[in-house]
Ligand binder design. Sequence first.
Ligand code: AMP
Ligand code: MG
Length: 480
Amino acid sequence: MTLKFENRYAKLGERFSFAIDADPLSNPKAVIINVALLKPLGLDNYTQDDLLALFSGHQTPKDASPLAMVYAGHQFGGYSPQLGDGRGVLIGQVRDSENKLVDLHLKGAGKTPFSRMGDGRAVLRSCIREFLASEALFHLGIPTTRALAITTGDEQVRRETIENAAMLMRASDSHIRFGSFEYFSYTDQHTELKQLCDYTIETHFPKLKNSDKPYDELLLAVSEKTGNLIAHWQAFGFAHGVMNTDNMSIIGQTFDYGPYGFMENYDPYYICNHSDDQGRYAFNRQQEMGRWNCQALSQALAPLTTPGLLEKALNCYEETFLSFYHGLMTKKLGLSNSNPEDKALYEDLLDLLEGYSIDYTIFFRSLSRYYVGKGFRTLLDNQNYAASFAPWFERYNRRLQIDMLSETDRHEQMCAINPKFILRNYLAQKAIQTSEDGDHSELHRLYDVLKDPYGEQIDQEQYAQETPDWGRNLQVSCSS
Ligand code: AMP
Ligand code: MG
């Protein structure tokens, strides 16, 4: 097999993108390749040299039409009228082995007309962070873009310090953002706005094609996808960090990984991005910010949609969020159906985890092995707060006794939703540090562990441990 290009986005025309080749990295070397994705994309018969040339921008494949996409976006609440791919190039769109259209996007591909003051590059550190997180989320079952490969070369770039430049090849069904619609709406290019909606419907929401009000339906469908996505983030303790509308995918995938973080000790006020002074994108504001973004999209689509649709879209977002979040949280507790009191059951548990600063992931994983009536003290590291947990466990016991799942089935269900392995910031940091010194073995090891987050992997216990003190509060900023 070979890459089968079908450059549908390029065909939208020059108002949508700027045709440009990637600016290759000199003396490129592969850092990591996601081998499992090669075959479905038709890259399995490429030699190592061909892959390296493709992933480092040295070879534009035959039939590809590389381009930088134009978009705008609300960044930290303020509108930026012109953003666009300033350091990324959509190399092309290919049909995969399931006949699905996949975008191949090379991040760090050099300057474009949208680079403004930037150098068009990404750094090795940020490419590794995106690679690990997108693959970790994928294997956890959270909607996300995928990572195909990282390459680096001789080039160095200035960030807070001097760092190695690198490229990340990203694979995703779509690189269209909420901000893509905002751009056409607020530049009064309403014909193009409609064209972009038609493209999005045709490519990503084909069932809406024959609807009487396809643009209304599009807004509702995107609100629903976004509600689902953010419910997953909340249930897994993931904070995105920069939920600007230019980083919101129209198909509801986690998109554009920057200073994200997995919550360690349960803390609803967790802010993963140390540049986010106001805590706009704090963990416990993600639900609200998802809603804010749906509202921004709704305003951008207003020229095409029925007046008064906003409320319906926001309700759709809220209802989807609540129902998925509730579904995920009850499943994390091992409940097979939902009772009216279940919401209070998990909310009260979260209050306890917060009050005693307990590791969210480790606690739920231990709870997955809990036997009714056998005592809960072994689940807690510190017996000083066992008395505070006792009333909660009494309620939990009563609830489990009226649930239909057998103990064995419950344990199985819980281990399939309560991961043992998440991407802790300090683990990413260790892999980054060794990779920056030229040794990628730790990166490869960590990536292998993250491919099976629900497995026991008993020889990899060190990756499931609580974060050591030195690894807490590592500062991660937007600079990437
Ligand atoms: P991000 O923070 O990665 O979502 O990027 C926000 C905007 O800044 C996008 O338009 C990017 O293309 C642009 N950008 C970020 N870093 C660079 C860079 N090093 N060079 C040029 N543009 C950049
Ligand atoms: Mg972005």
